[in-house]
Write a protein that binds this ligand. Sequence first.
Ligand SMILES: CC(C)(COP(=O)(O)OP(=O)(O)OC[C@H]1O[C@@H](n2cnc3c(N)ncnc32)[C@H](O)[C@@H]1OP(=O)(O)O)[C@@H](O)C(=O)NCCC(=O)NCCS
Length: 198
Amino acid sequence: MTEPLHIVLASSIAQRDPAIARWITSGRGSLAFILGDVDCRYRLLAQAINWDRVLIACRNGVPLGYAAFKQHRRGPFSPGIRPFINEFGLLSGLLRYGLFAISECREWRYGFYLYGLRVRKTARRQGVASALLHATCERAQDSGHRTIELEVQANNLGARALYARHGFTSIHRFPVTLNRLLPVPTVLNLRRRLSPHP
Ligand SMILES: CC(C)(COP(=O)(O)OP(=O)(O)OC[C@H]1O[C@@H](n2cnc3c(N)ncnc32)[C@H](O)[C@@H]1OP(=O)(O)O)[C@@H](O)C(=O)NCCC(=O)NCCS
């Protein structure tokens, strides 16, 4: 019999597995021009994970997916400037740190923001992301938020189908001009309204 899926806040897991840190930091691929490749992102961000901003879905103790979120302007990463300087040198490090900070600030207008969602390839299309979305929405609701927002790359049709199925609708298209200035993909901003608890 298949074990049920457990969703836990990563900060409640006593042993924070470096493999999970590597997995979480491998997101933000769209910012590779600032944060470098997967190994580089791990070096920059792994020591700066806010584990209370990450939900993990496990079955039989095996992590299958995660949802990272930003609440009260605090997201899953709070890196200092030092790792950027160590990695890229003074000037490039300062510039990249500044660009990363700007990219993070861009999301400050959102009350509760779904920062990242990922499921292991072998566990896809089994409802893991749906369960994580459900748990994330409950969290937002429990802390009094009336909406949850996210950004999805326009060409990520699988994720768009998932979000549409869960009641997210488009609120605003990111200015196309930004794509001309920076090597970032076109993203759609989506929102779901949450009904307040009775
Ligand atoms: C997108 C992603 C999170 C979906 O995870 P998942 O666990 O497979 O999703 P679920 O099983 O909960 O899917 C629920 C529904 O969403 C839709 N959906 C999910 N993935 C889909 C896909 N690739 N194509 C079309 N519809 C999809 C379907 O309606 C699906 O229901 P069904 O399987 O009964 O048809 C996963 O594919 C992933 O990790 N992708 C890489 C990272 C990513 O793109 N993250 C989103 C960033 S915004």
